[in-house]
Design a protein around this ligand. Structure first.
Ligand code: HEC
Length: 140
């Protein structure tokens, strides 16, 4: 019984060595492939990343119902900054959400450049807040 076990572990050891040798070669061989393949997962869009989040769903609906999309896109600067850039700039805190919601309602200029954001006096604070929560969620 003892001998059997020893033989078995010896076989496993040899097999393991053989495997790791082969594996070693393979790693070197495929490393270039891995480098190119690595770029792919980064391409998962922020829309895909957050599409099931209730904050995302609610905010997106409200943003789409307003004029925001005319000046903002998620990952590309248009007339206004990309939402992803806004999310990267501000921490997702209650204070920032309130501050930015007020800005959406009152309009603003000078933070991202000389082009002003129009005021949205018809938005309720609740709607503006839901929109900003959605925007600040869009972190990479
Ligand atoms: C007429 C074009 C336009 C529309 C419409 C618009 N924005 Fe903007 N938005 C801008 C511009 C330009 C800026 C940058 C302002 C600045 O530099 O202070 C901006 C900035 C912002 C910011 C960042 C503010 C800051 O101080 O960093 C948020 C958040 C934002 N917009 C949300 C919205 C939402 C939500 C809507 C829809 C209700 C909307 N925007 C509609 C042009 C627009």
């Amino acid at each position: 019984m003892k001998l059997n076990l020893l033989t078995t572990s010896a076989v496993v050891l040899v097999a393991g060595l053989a495997f790791s040798c082969g594996g070693g070669e393979k790693t070197a061989e495929t490393s270039t492939e891995t480098a190119t393949a690595e770029a792919a997962p980064v391409e998962v869009s922020l829309e895909d990343k957050y599409k099931d989040d209730p904050v995302y769903i609610k905010g997106l609906e409200k943003v789409k119902g307003s004029d925001c999309t005319g000046c903002h896109q998620v990952e590309r600067k248009l007339i206004g900054p990309a939402y992803a850039d806004v999310a990267a700039k501000y921490e997702n805190t209650e204070a920032n959400v309130t501050m930015l919601a007020q800005k959406v309602i009152a309009g603003g200029v000078g933070v991202w450049g000389e082009i002003p954001m129009a005021a949205h006096p018809n938005l309720t604070e609740e709607d503006a807040t839901d929109m900003v929560r959605y925007i600040l969620l869009l972190k990479k």
